[in-house]
Design a protein around this ligand. Structure first.
Ligand SMILES: [Zn+2]
Length: 306
């Protein structure tokens, strides 16, 4: 049962001002100041998005145990946003700011959702490549919904470029310099593709994979520009949420999407909307996140691969 409670006070400044990760390379880090989009800019964004219907966000999801640097979606979470591009297609400053604004919108929404389950959540943000040059990479594979083009190597590759010998160096920094108990990296790529989350599985190389990351493309494969709901969706994967639509990970004989549509049509793991305010987090997803202890036997029916 979803616990509804009116903890609106928890909506207060959920996203704290930007902290920043240790600058170790010339291209790095600075505090973040995000200008709010004007009403006209927002209207323009919505208008352009509504021209194309894009109902679902395909993506990767294997089952996992909640483990790694993005552990439990509660308390304080340190988020490192990294802006990457190829030399022939750099970000424009304003586009980065707009994208980061969507990140803040996603975070605020997650804090609101957590409050509905009586869970306190707070985000602290650090960035690389937002104010200065983006992090330039040679190639950004176009990922698709079959899993092609997705990589688990971004964490070690990018953090090395930024100046950490291994991603665990960033984790050490967060432990030492902040009071956050979770760390996640979100890479914003000036490219088109299916966004995905890559998370740690115990037993794999901890040095390389412990720091968990989502790669978010600026454009969906069908053309529209990123919705903040996709950032929230990918973030939730890092904390154990399952996809609730039919993916290549789900067994073909199970119509997960049909069941989700019937039971929780607005759940963010079932679909992403260009208006995140109309979405919610259902009891299955909440259970995966550790927000709902009242496990019901049918929840596991939705498990990918089972
Ligand atoms: Zn997904």
């Amino acid at each position: 049962m979803k616990i509804k409670c009116l903890l609106l006070t928890a909506l207060l400044l959920a996203v704290t001002s930007a902290g920043f990760a240790r600058p170790k390379a010339a291209t790095v880090a600075s505090n973040v100041i995000v200008k709010n989009l004007s009403a006209a800019q927002k209207a323009e964004r919505l208008r352009s998005l509504s021209l194309t219907t894009f109902a679902k966000n395909p993506l990767i999801q294997t089952d996992d145990e909640r483990a790694g640097s993005a552990d439990t979606l509660s308390g304080k979470v340190y988020v490192v946003s990294i802006f990457i591009s190829t030399p022939d297609n750099p970000w424009k400053k304003q586009d980065k700011l707009n994208t980061f604004e969507k990140q803040r919108e996603a975070q605020n929404w997650l804090v609101e959702q957590a409050a509905e389950y009586d869970v306190e959540l707070e985000f602290e943000n650090g960035t690389y490549g937002l104010n200065g040059d983006d992090i330039s990479v040679e190639n950004i594979p176009v990922s698709d919904k079959t899993g092609k083009g997705m990589s688990t190597e971004w964490s070690s590759y990018l953090l090395k470029k930024i100046g950490y010998k291994t991603p665990l160096g960033l984790w050490d920094w967060v432990e030492e310099k902040t009071d956050c108990t979770n760390l996640q990296v979100i890479v914003f790529s000036n490219s088109k593709g299916v966004s995905y989350a890559s998370y740690y599985t115990p037993g794999t190389d901890k040095e390389k994979y412990f720091v968990e990351l989502a790669l978010v493309h600026r454009y969906y494969p069908t053309g529209p520009e990123l919705y903040s709901s996709t950032i929230a969706h990918e973030t939730l994967h890092l904390y154990g949420a399952w996809d609730l639509y039919n993916t290549y990970k789900h067994k073909k004989e199970k119509d997960v999407a049909a069941k989700s549509k019937q039971l929780f049509p607005n759940d963010i793991m079932y679909r992403v909307s260009n208006n995140v305010a109309e979405q919610d987090i259902n009891e299955v997803t909440a259970w995966r996140l550790g927000w709902n202890d009242d496990e019901k036997s049918w929840y596991k029916w939705f498990e990918p691969g089972k």
